[in-house]
Design a protein around this ligand. Structure first.
Ligand SMILES: C[S@@+](CC[C@H](N)C(=O)[O-])C[C@H]1O[C@@H](n2cnc3c(N)ncnc32)[C@H](O)[C@@H]1O
Length: 261
């Protein structure tokens, strides 16, 4: 989460910045860390920024349809989505991550109305039970599913659908090829993390999480925000997209649950 934060800060300084995330820049300035250790460079930062821009767009769409809503931003890390989007007063927003991460978050970001930071493992069922149900609920898991085991990830999605009744699940995923080849992902390798859950398509979710309906499943290469990267990266994306295992290496998933909303 330090790598993704730093990527957004680096992107903010680029002449053709994708996110212009001044909050990320300010957070980086406040944390004493050897940022080069993240392996993020100006060339690599856009690939993180487009993912974040993608989920900003999907979140905006949900909040435009539901100005009274609950947002569960799960595995939030140090992402500043709640500040970038500045949701309307009827939205209750929860940022959830491990206690150490939330401890750091509390030091770099201010509080705001209708906003809570929740220090918990997302796989622990207790934190969810404390979030009031009764409003359309958006679950956002950006850069999260691959860090969970399949059983923990599916259990989390089922718990959200069961508790909140109506809403959307939005998350990204690596396929099993991406999980098997994780050693070539230098950001993951240098962070010392291990990836577990590979998702190969929407059936992996629909067959396992009762009550969800597919809204969008797409390769990162096919998403609107991929058009924002440099021409050379777009060209590389076109080449990769010709190989099925590479085309779906990183995917965006969006599902509805409950009555039409
Ligand atoms: C790659 S980072 C992404 C952070 C943020 N969503 C972003 O895009 O900048 C993955 C995040 O998931 C969090 N995470 C992974 N497993 C978790 C768990 N079991 N409980 C809580 N947070 C978890 C990590 O602490 C980290 O902040």
């Amino acid at each position: 989460m330090l790598a993704t934060l730093y990527a957004k800060a680096v992107d903010a300084d680029a002449p053709r910045s994708i996110l212009r995330d001044e909050y990320a820049k300010a957070a980086v300035a406040r944390i004493d860390y050897d940022w080069d250790a993240t392996t993020i460079t100006p060339r690599r930062a856009p690939s993180v920024a487009i993912r974040t821009a993608h989920f900003d767009n999907w979140t905006r769409q949900f909040l435009t349809a539901h100005d009274e809503a609950t947002v569960l931003h799960v595995g939030c890390g140090l992402d500043a989505r709640v500040y970038r989007l500045d949701p309307p007063a009827g939205v209750r927003w929860y940022d959830i991550d491990y206690p150490d991460v939330i401890g750091l978050r509390e030091r770099v970001y201010p509080g705001r109305d209708n906003y809570r930071m929740v220090p918990a493992s997302v796989t622990d069922p207790h934190w969810l039970a404390e979030i009031p149900a009764g409003r359309p609920t958006l679950f956002i898991g950006e850069g999260l599913t691959m860090y969970l085991t399949k059983d923990d990830g599916l259990a989390l999605l089922r718990r959200v659908v069961d508790r909140f009744g109506v809403g959307e699940l939005q998350f990204d995923a690596f396929n099993t090829f991406g999980i098997r080849t994780q050693v070539i992902n230098s950001v993951v390798r240098r962070s010392g993390s291990r990836l577990h859950w590979g998702i190969n398509g929407p059936d992996d979710i629909i067959d396992e999480v009762p009550g969800v309906r597919l809204l969008v499943w797409q390769s990162v290469f096919d998403s609107d925000t991929f058009a924002l990267v440099s021409p050379s990266v777009r060209w590389m994306g076109r080449v990769m997209a010709a190989v099925p295992a590479l085309r779906t290496m990183a995917q965006y998933h969006r599902y509805a649950f409950g009555r039409e909303c």
